[in-house]
Design a protein around this ligand. Sequence first.
Ligand code: SF4
Length: 409
Amino acid sequence: MRTGGALRGAAVTAPARPVIDRRRLSDSALVSIADALESGRRLTEQEALTLFATPDLPGLGHLADSANRAKHGDVVTFAANQHINPTNVCVLRTTCTFCGYARLPKEQGAYRYTLEQVLAEAAHAADGLTREFHIVGGLDMEAGLEYYTTMFRALKANFPHVHIKALTAVEIAHLARIEKMSWRDVLVALRDAGLDTMPGGGAETFSAAVRAQIARKKLAGADYIGVHRTAHGLGIRSNCTLLYGHVETLEDRVAHMAALRSLQDETHGFLAFIPLAYHPDDNALGAQLGRTGTATGGVDDLRMVAVGRLFLDNFAHVKSHWIMVTPFLSQVALHYGVNDLEGTVVREKIYHAVGAHTPQGMTLDQVLALIRGAGKVPAERDSFYNVLRTFPRERQADSGAGSGAEAPA
Ligand code: SF4
């Protein structure tokens, strides 16, 4: 059993300097930020707030696009992965007020997959196209460490070519609590069973005041950071998220990103930053706020990814989650700092449980058309963001595939 480990996957990207055309900036407040970006100076939290506030949305997009192009050129990546949500039973069912996915153990609609059901759902991967299982679920008292180690071993035995990205920091902490183990020991056991990387869900917004309102019993922000720090120390890389568009302030968003940036300075273990737009349908928070439909607007969605790209200078990848903001908005986001797009997602349950009005999956052809339609070059990547194959503009798609995304717990 290994107890520590070097970080796996793509090397940390060296800081890149964007080239900015100041004629495209109509807000003078953006000029000093452009100077900072070109000189390689890190943006302050106040400057991040200035970016959120600027009326010059195209100018903000130009800054973010320039920063993104300096790192990735025209290439936009996607992954062929498949979601498996093994249980929706969750002890926080009544206190995560933004969640419409979880159920209490005896509540109608509650489920917990057997190993056979997990393998049956995973059987889509037999087509050889799926490269990653994305596995998250609820905090289920009956699904302990052995439930997951058995599952991961069986998945690796049946699908040895498929990467396992599984269990949010919140789920790791839950397993540690019910098994009376440390985060580290849980992570070591899961890693030895086959876990490769961790998804970024469960972060919500770190602000204690926000958590008191929308997720009062959930793992605290500092502990989310602590679990990821522990994982990175064991060589397990991870993604991170920010749930926005509910009751948080712009200052809360910036403080949240500052905490992520700080851990990234320390560990370089984060692979991607993924802003997640809140959906108010079919959850208690939406009813309480009197909101329905889409809580965020397109402008806010674009500002969020753009500021993320510019403020998180030590992150290589910013992903747009098309399930939450629509494929069309994700396509525009490719000009606002996003370099990674959800591919196709087989059975996305979590956001459709809270009323996401988007399709549950896209074919490879649809993903390629979306990226090419933005004037970019599509590339399939692995779970560490290594490019596996590119699809030149003139070439047609040659097959259909499965894909990837982030979600609770
Ligand atoms: S967000 Fe996660 S932890 Fe909270 S109720 Fe939903 S599944 Fe459970």
